[in-house]
Design a binder for this molecule. Structure first.
Ligand SMILES: O=C(O)[C@@H](CO)OP(=O)(O)O
Length: 255
């Protein structure tokens, strides 16, 4: 019957465009840095591409960090979708990088070695050195996190800890909306999206180490009627996307 034919459910994920600290190759985490000029351009291009490919959205999610929020703005602007509801959620924030936040990644690799930096960046359950609560970078000092309880306020996070906040939010809030047929975009961060992608694709703790998400490139997931992911793909030029992912992987090397 016509009424029973369900449209393919699609979800679009996008990592924010290049930030000023991506440009300076610094560990960022929950530091609220702006997009670079290149990042603004990437966001506009992503919006143009989504529009040209016939995408539209009913609802958007982003983090409480302005590099992701602004990426979404420019996409909405390019698509004429400024009017759609946007939910800003701290659980979609970047993984908290603890006391590494602000340090240059290549300099950190010179000091501690490429291997140690790779473990800090990509080791599944490895937490970077923690902040202390009296550190001005501790999110407990930031009013946007005033509703969080002490257990929710990170001093540092591994990917495993990030998964423990991203996936419950996906399951309880975003997934039902996609399942109901709404077209959703999530503008978030390298590691909060790695958390979601690991979950959606059932990637192992070992293999997720190799996954690097490029800035500003739409990543489309298609789901069957039971919300099982059946297919995923980036929009754009595959060679450029591979080069961008490779560049992310190389950021933590000394040379
Ligand atoms: O610094 C960060 O917060 C993240 C994303 O830019 O970096 P990485 O790719 O090293 O996990």
């Amino acid at each position: 019957m016509r009424g029973n034919i369900m449209a393919i459910k699609k979800l679009v994920l996008i990592r924010h465009g290049e930030s000023t600290w991506n440009q300076e190759n610094r560990f960022t985490g929950w530091t609220d840095v702006a997009l670079s000029a290149k990042g603004v351009e990437e966001a506009h291009q992503a919006g143009k591409l989504l529009k040209a490919e016939g995408y539209t959205f009913d609802y958007a999610y982003t983090s409480v960090l302005k590099r992701a929020i602004a990426t979404l703005w420019y996409i909405q602007e390019e698509m004429g979708l400024e009017w759609i509801p946007v939910e800003k959620e701290w659980r979609l924030n970047e993984r908290h990088y603890g006391a590494l936040q602000g340090l240059n990644k290549a300099e950190t690799a010179q000091k501690y070695g490429d291997e140690q930096v790779l473990l800090w960046r990509r080791g599944f359950a490895i937490t970077p050195p923690a902040l202390t609560e009296d550190d001005e970078r501790f999110p407990g000092h930031d009013p946007r996190y005033s509703q969080l309880n002490r257990e929710q306020l990170p001093l540092t996070e591994s990917l495993a800890i990030t998964i423990d906040r991203v996936i419950p939010f996906w399951n309880a809030v975003i997934k039902p909306r996609v399942a109901s047929g709404e077209r959703v975009i999530i503008a978030a961060h390298g590691n909060s999206l790695r958390a979601l992608v690991k979950h959606l694709d059932g990637i192992s703790e070992k293999d997720i180490l190799e996954l690097n998400i490029p800035t500003g490139v739409p990543l489309v997931y298609e789901f069957d009627d039971n919300m099982n992911p059946v297919k995923h793909y980036y929009l754009g030029n595959p060679e450029e996307i591979a080069a961008k992912s490779h560049a992310v992987a190389s950021q933590g090397k000394a040379a």
